[in-house]
Ligand binder design. Structure first.
Ligand SMILES: Cc1cc2nc3c(=O)[nH]c(=O)nc-3n(C[C@H](O)[C@H](O)[C@H](O)COP(=O)(O)OP(=O)(O)OC[C@H]3O[C@@H](n4cnc5c(N)ncnc54)[C@H](O)[C@@H]3O)c2cc1C
Length: 413
């Protein structure tokens, strides 16, 4: 998100943009650890619109981002959710998404790999314009383009402190962020996983023995794009965030395990979302499968549960829906952080009470597929005082004070 915004600002001619990121290599950044799903089929207009614009951008750089328009197949077994899905389809199709409604027979015919327990389904939607993207390529592209436009990226630099002052605003006194204190941590290969970056990102402290240098950066404008870490920054300036970091795990599945000659044929398929909460898509020679454990406690936890996760959560759900997954293997997996808000929509806009503080974070499981549109919209807001292209007003943080203004996004995995 930070790289997208920096690029959008630089393209508007804004100079002096600096991105400070402890983990530019992305060993722990959510942007590196996600599932690579890209869809505009949400239930909230602001999420549909930002994702639609971002998917158009991915489509226009399809080779660079390995964007594959293979669709999302979403299976339903709950009558109330299924009713809502069909209701929301009007909104989605008004945005040009061409979402289809499928009966259980259509699912069996068009997706023969799904051959088990279809009688428990009530229907499905298929959104052909959604698909899969290489999030790491997207991230690298934003960064390269931003650098080309003059943006400076400070890797292995951690924002450790913030200095604010009182400024006067039209409607009374406001605070201003004057500067941030940045700690440069021990050098090494940027992809070195020697524990330093992880320790800082889980304890939020920079130990003296890894500190290389400290510096102070004066800010005309500052944007909190710290993803799951945004509340840590906010707390430093007395702002309370509602975001919680929550672990999400993903497993890679070997579909040729057990000498099954044919393996599992997902060729040409995009994302499949099972009513059990399991999602899967082909990933090179393997299948990527994710599942969000309900009631996972919040915390900065990157531990992957390995075979336990695969055997307890992934394999049974795969085999329940497709007999060809009966015999498959666990390759490896990882855990990353969702930045979860109470309504599962992101937070973007100007931070009230401050003259020069903005934010774009907490996009739960949707940050990559919103990245282009949110970056552009935020750049316009910062540059001109108003949104252009996408209107992010609905994502303002003050909505959490008014239940009527929440943006509950239920089509969430
Ligand atoms: C398992 C999983 C699956 C997902 N699947 C999808 C998907 O299919 N599609 C999709 O669109 N999204 C998905 N997401 C969500 C998506 O990855 C995130 O919403 C998105 O990457 C957030 O981007 P970001 O730039 O806001 O945060 P991040 O990519 O996390 O970047 C925040 C950066 O801030 C740095 N940082 C933190 N504190 C400081 C500090 N004080 N000083 C300096 N740097 C700091 C961190 O090191 C990090 O690099 C998934 C996420 C996970 C975890």
């Amino acid at each position: 998100m930070g790289a997208s915004l920096a690029w959008a600002l630089a393209r508007r001619g804004v100079s002096g943009v600096v991105v400070v990121d402890l983990d530019l290599a992305g060993v722990y950044a959510s942007s590196e650890l996600n599932a690579g799903g890209a869809r505009a089929t949400w239930w909230q207009p602001v999420n549909i619109e930002t994702c639609r614009l971002t998917l158009d951008f991915f489509r226009s750089h399809a080779d660079a981002f390995s964007f594959a328009e293979r669709g999302y197949l979403w299976l339903y077994d709950d009558a109330a959710l299924w009713h809502k899905a069909r209701e929301k389809r009007a909104l989605q199709n008004a945005a040009g998404l061409d979402v289809e409604v499928l009966g259980v027979g259509d699912v069996a015919e068009r997706f023969p790999v799904l051959d088990r327990n279809l009688d428990e389904l009530v229907g499905a939607t298929f959104s052909p314009r959604d698909g899969l993207v290489n999030p790491n390529a997207v991230r690298a592209w934003y960064r390269a383009e931003a650098e080309r436009c003059g943006v400076r990226f400070l890797n292995r630099h951690y924002v450790a402190g913030v200095t604010t002052a009182v400024a006067s605003g039209l409607s009374g006194p406001l605070r201003r962020v004057e500067s941030v204190d940045v700690a440069e941590v021990r050098r090494g290969q940027p992809t070195d996983d020697d524990g330093t970056v992880r320790d800082i990102l889980t304890t939020h402290r920079v130990p003296r023995d890894v500190l290389v240098a400290e510096s102070r950066i004066a800010c005309d404008v500052i944007v909190n794009c710290l993803g799951a870490w945004s509340p840590i920054f906010s707390a430093k300036i007395g702002v309370r965030d509602v975001t919680e970091p929550v672990r999400r795990q993903i497993a890679l599945v070997d579909v040729h395990a057990g000498d099954v000659a044919a393996g599992v044929d997902l060729a040409g398929l995009g994302m499949i979302v099972d009513p059990s909460g399991l999602y899967l898509h082909p990933e090179g020679p393997h299948v990527l499968a994710g599942y969000s454990i309900p009631d996972e406690p919040p915390g900065f936890d990157f531990g992957y549960d390995g075979d336990t996760f695969f055997e307890a959560e992934i394999w049974p759900r795969l085999a329940h829906r497709a007999s060809s997954f009966e015999r498959c293997g666990h390759v490896r997996g990882w855990a990353g952080l969702y930045a979860v808000t109470p309504d599962c929509s992101g937070i973007a806009g100007r931070v009230g009470g401050f003259a020069n503080l903005y934010e774009a974070h907490s996009f739960t499981g949707r940050g990559v597929m919103q990245s282009y549109a949110v970056g552009r919209a935020m750049a316009a807001l910062i540059d001109t005082g108003a949104f252009e292209d996408a209107d992010l007003t609905a994502l303002a943080r003050d909505r959490f004070a008014d239940p009527a203004r929440l943006v509950p996004e239920d089509l969430h995995i």
